[in-house]
Ligand binder design. Structure first.
Ligand code: TRP
Ligand code: SF4
Length: 430
C-alpha cells in the first residue's frame, strides 16, 4: 500500500494545484505526466456548486495527464430506471457545465458511456470472474438500498453497478481515478477484479523466460535498469523503484503489447498484467455546504446551480436560514449555528471571517450585511463560467460534436483493450 501511496501523493499534489512534480528527476516527471486518468459523472443535469470542486480538479488534471471524462448514463439507470429522465438533455447540460468550468476537449476526451458499448461487453466478461460476495460486500450496496427505499434496488443491475464502474475504468487501463470518498471502495473492487483477471488469464508457459527476453529487447542499458529496479522492489520492498520500473516499461515505444504486459507482471509476480490496477485519487475538495447547512444536494433542494443567474443567487442567499436565535437585528448570534458561516469559511479570508464572528456575536452587523460578501463572491466566481456556458448553450451542435469525437476516440481505446481481453479469454474467432 505504501508504494501506491507514494505515487498517489504525487498525483494528489498535482490535483491540489501544484502542477509539476517535486520528484527531483525531471525525465520521470515528464513521463509520469502522460499517465491516464479516467472519471465519470452521472448525468444529473445542470451542475451545482457541490460539483464544482470535482470539475475543477478534472480541469487541472487534464493539463498533466491523458484524461478521459465521461457521462455515466448507464449508471443513472442502475438506480433511476423507473423515473422518466431525459438522459440526453441531462448529459448535454452536464457537459456544458464541464466545458464552462474549464474542461477542455482538446486536452481531454469527453464521451458518453452508452455510446461506447465495449463498457457493457467488458462488464459482462468481468462478471464471469467476479464472486458475488465481492459485490454484496461493497458498502454502497446496502447503504443505498436503505437510503433510496422508495426505489426497488433489489435488481441485478444495481448489484452489478460497481463492476460496471470497474469495466469503465479497466476498458481504458486507466491508472488514476479521481473520485469522492464514497467511491473509493469501487476503485478497490476494480483493483481486486483486475488482479483476479490477470491471475486467471495472464499466465503462460515459460513466462519467466519470455519476460527476460522482453527485458533484453529494451536494450542493454534499460534492461539492466529494469532488473535493478525489479530487484529493489522484490528484495527491499522499494515502492518507488516499482513505480519507476512501471514508468520505464510504459514509456518504451518499441515493445509489443504482450511484452509490455509481461514486463509489468514480472515486476510483481508470474503473470502478464493485461488489466492494470488503478488507483483512486481522492479529490481534495472541502464539502460544499448547501443553503440549509446540510451537504449540497439536488435531493435536498438546497443547491446553487453553476448557471443560476446573479439575481437568483442573491435571492437564494438572502432567504437562507441564519442562526435561529437572531430573530431581531439587535439579537446577537452564533456563527457556528448558522449555515452562512460555512460559506464564509470557504469564501472569506481571515479578516472577513473575524468581522463576521465579531459582528454576529455582538449584533454589530445584520445578517444581510453578513451575506452580502458571499453573494458578491459567488456571483463573481460564476460570472466567467456563465458567460462561457451561454456560448455553448447557443451552440448545441458544437457540444454534440465534442461528444461525438470523444466517443470515437474512447471507443478506439476501449476496443483495443477488448480485443485483448477476448483473446485471452479464448474468444478469438477468425
Ligand atoms: N459511480 C460514480 C458516481 O456515482 C460515477 C462513475 C461511473 C465513475 N463510472 C466511473 C467514476 C468510473 C469514476 C470512474 O459518482
Ligand atoms: Fe449567520 Fe452572519 Fe447572521 Fe451571524 S450575522 S447569524 S453568521 S448570517
Amino acid at each position: 500500500a505504501g508504494r501506491l501511496k507514494a505515487a498517489g501523493d504525487r498525483l494528489y499534489s498535482a490535483a491540489c494545484g501544484g502542477i509539476g512534480f517535486e520528484s527531483g528527476e525531471n525525465s520521470l516527471s515528464i513521463m509520469e505526466s502522460r499517465r491516464r486518468v479516467l472519471s465519470g459523472m452521472r448525468p444529473t443535469g445542470k451542475l451545482h456548486l457541490g460539483h464544482y470542486g470535482n470539475v475543477r480538479t478534472w480541469a487541472r488534471l487534464q493539463q498533466e495527464y491523458e484524461c478521459y471524462f465521461f457521462v455515466a448514463d448507464w449508471h443513472a439507470l442502475t438506480t433511476h430506471y423507473e423515473s422518466e429522465m431525459d438522459l440526453e438533455q441531462n448529459a448535454l447540460d452536464m457537459v456544458i457545465d464541464w466545458l464552462a468550468a474549464g474542461v477542455n476537449p482538446s486536452l481531454a476526451t469527453l464521451f458518453v458511456q452508452s455510446q461506447v458499448p465495449e463498457h457493457a461487453e467488458l462488464h459482462l466478461l468481468l462478471s464471469m470472474i467476479t464472486p458475488l460476495g465481492w459485490l454484496e460486500r461493497v458498502p454502497s450496496y446496502k447503504d443505498q438500498q436503505e437510503q433510496l427505499k422508495e426505489q426497488d434496488l433489489a435488481t441485478y443491475g444495481f448489484l452489478g453497478y460497481p463492476l460496471l464502474q470497474s469495466a469503465d475504468i479497466l476498458a481504458y487501463r486507466a491508472g488514476v481515478v479521481p473520485v469522492g470518498a464514497d467511491q473509493v471502495a469501487h476503485v478497490e473492487l476494480t483493483r481486486e477484479v483486475a488482479r483476479r483477471f490477470n491471475h486467471l488469464y495472464g499466465g503462460e508457459q515459460g513466462f519467466r523466460e519470455n519476460a527476460e527476453a522482453a527485458a533484453a529487447r529494451m536494450g542493454k542499458k534499460l534492461a539492466k535498469l529494469y532488473v535493478e529496479l525489479r530487484r529493489a522492489y522484490q528484495e527491499q520492498g522499494d515502492g518507488d523503484a516499482l513505480e519507476r520500473a512501471r514508468i520505464l516499461v510504459r514509456e518504451q515505444p518499441n515493445l509489443s503489447l504482450a511484452d509490455r504486459e509481461r514486463l509489468m507482471g514480472y515486476l510483481e509476480g508470474d503473470a502478464k498484467v493485461i488489466l492494470p490496477e488503478p488507483q483512486a485519487l481522492l479529490t481534495p475538495i472541502p464539502k460544499m455546504p448547501g443553503l440549509d447547512g446540510r451537504k449540497m444536494s439536488k435531493s435536498y433542494g438546497n443547491t446553487l446551480a453553476l448557471r443560476d443567474p446573479p439575481e437568483l443567487i442573491e435571492k437564494k442567499i438572502l432567504t437562507m436560514q441564519t442562526d435561529p436565535a437572531r430573530v431581531r437585528r439587535s439579537d446577537p448570534g452564533d456563527p457556528d449555528k448558522c449555515p452562512v458561516w460555512q460559506f464564509h469559511q470557504i469564501y472569506s479570508d481571515g479578516v472577513q471571517q473575524a468581522w463576521v464572528r465579531e459582528g454576529c456575536s455582538s449584533a454589530g452587523i445584520g445578517c444581510v450585511d453578513c451575506k452580502r460578501p458571499i453573494i458578491d463572491s459567488i456571483q463573481g466566481e460564476l460570472r466567467p463560467l456563465q458567460l462561457k456556458a451561454s456560448e455553448y448553450e447557443q451552440d448545441l451542435p458544437l457540444v454534440r460534436n465534442i461528444l461525438k469525437e470523444g466517443n470515437a476516440r474512447a471507443r478506439e481505446e476501449a476496443r483495443a483493450t477488448l480485443d485483448e481481453v477476448r483473446e485471452v479469454m479464448g474468444l478469438r474467432y477468425r
